[in-house]
Design a protein around this ligand. Structure first.
Ligand SMILES: Nc1ncnc2c1ncn2[C@@H]1O[C@H](COP(=O)(O)OP(=O)(O)OP(=O)(O)O)[C@@H](O)[C@H]1O
Ligand SMILES: [Mg+2]
Length: 342
């Protein structure tokens, strides 16, 4: 399954910024999107403040955490997770860079970043050795959030990299040479285990695997885990699977809870307590060049990504996460809860 969220329609609008388009009241089951006269970044900030964490912030990691979001299965929520977690961490006060490593450029689109063929992109960094700083763009509306976009050129990189020196570690080198202070780098991988994903695995310390709560969820994961082991053994001893995130959780179905149980049995501690519900708002946001955090800050999708970000930040500094303190706890952790159906 491929992402179909940004094929056509309003997404082709290259101009980021406050969006005022109608979102179709017929599909809305939640709070309305930001009002026309409300800057969306401010609205998202208000949502964070409404969570009661204003000023409290989240602990920042001592060193930049480089998190690789990978799963070679398509359409499991890698990009959605990358952009929404990144925006959540930034709204919690962190400085975050998203590296779009997928030729589809979905993360760039979702962040409202121009990524037509002429835009300096991660391809130039990987293949032409251009400094990362020259391709990074600030994300509109979310302070502290940046993106290194992917253009269609990246589709050829998988082949072009083969003959280059240090082909597996070109992204790692680019990141090491990047001098801007960052708390997090999130790398959105393509749905394959080729050289692009290997570059991400060599560059990162942590792997975050989004798992869609559907049948066959665990199928194919063995191959990814073997690749992680191989990269750890040969190229990057620090690499480990730190986080599993259950996505598109639909509490109405027994299948979702069975998959969640199976994943928790299999992976244990790595699985975040917070899971991401299937949410209309989450799937609509990219077509407006936005994350759900700015598109509909009060939605269950936005709140669950904020909460997942909090959990990841706390784990990173060794603080155990208390689910009972979650602001959407009673709803979110109730396996019967699904957006609009409680
Ligand atoms: N929690 C959610 N609720 C509803 N729809 C979702 C949710 N998460 C993701 N989606 C939708 O599912 C589709 C696939 O998501 P996404 O693009 O994030 O997956 P991906 O793993 O990055 O895909 P690919 O392998 O093609 O890169 C998209 O249309 C997205 O909008
Ligand atoms: Mg993707």
């Amino acid at each position: 399954m491929r992402s179909d969220a940004n094929i056509a329609g309003p997404m082709t609008d290259p101009v980021p910024g406050p969006r005022t388009e109608s979102t179709g009241a017929d599909v809305s089951r939640e709070t309305p999107p930001p009002m026309d006269d409300t800057p969306i970044g401010r609205a998202a900030q208000l949502a964070v403040e409404a969570l009661g964490r204003a000023g409290e912030g989240l602990p920042r990691p001592e060193q930049t955490r480089v998190i690789v979001v990978a799963n070679q299965k398509g359409g499991v929520g890698k990009t959605t997770t990358t952009v929404n977690l990144a925006a959540s961490l930034a709204l919690h006060g962190a400085r975050v860079l998203v590296i779009d490593l997928d030729p589809q450029g979905n993360a760039s689109t979702a962040l409202g970043i121009d990524h037509h063929a002429e835009v300096p992109s991660i391809y130039d960094v990987l293949v032409e050795s251009r400094p990362l700083a020259e391709v990074v763009q600030p994300v509109p509306d979310v302070e502290g959030l940046f993106c290194a976009p992917a253009t269609i050129d990246l589709a050829g990189a998988e082949i072009e990299l083969v003959s280059l020196v240090a082909r597996e570690s070109r992204l790692q080198r680019a990141i090491q040479a990047y001098e801007q202070p960052l708390d997090y780098i999130l790398i959105d991988c393509p749905p394959s285990l080729g050289l692009l994903t290997v570059n991400a695995l060599v560059a990162g310390q942590e792997v975050l695997i989004p798992i869609q709560c559907e049948y066959y969820a665990l199928e194919g994961l063995g191959q990814l885990l073997r690749n992680v082991d191989l990269v750890r053994g040969h190229l990057n001893p620090a690499l480990h699977v730190s986080t599993i995130l259950l996505t598109m959780y639909d509490g109405r179905t027994r299948l979702a809870s069975q998959v969640a149980d199976e994943v928790r049995t299999h992976f244990g501690e790595e699985v975040l307590r917070t899971s991401i519900p299937r949410s209309v708002r989450i799937s609509e946001a990219p077509s407006y060049g936005q994350t759900v955090l700015t598109y509909d800050p009060g939605s269950s999708g936005a709140l669950s990504y904020l909460e997942a970000a909090r959990e990841i930040a706390l784990r990173g500094v060794g603080v155990s996460y208390d689910a009972s303190q979650a602001h959407i706890g009673a709803q979110k952790n109730d396996p019967t809860m699904v957006e609009g159906v409680q």
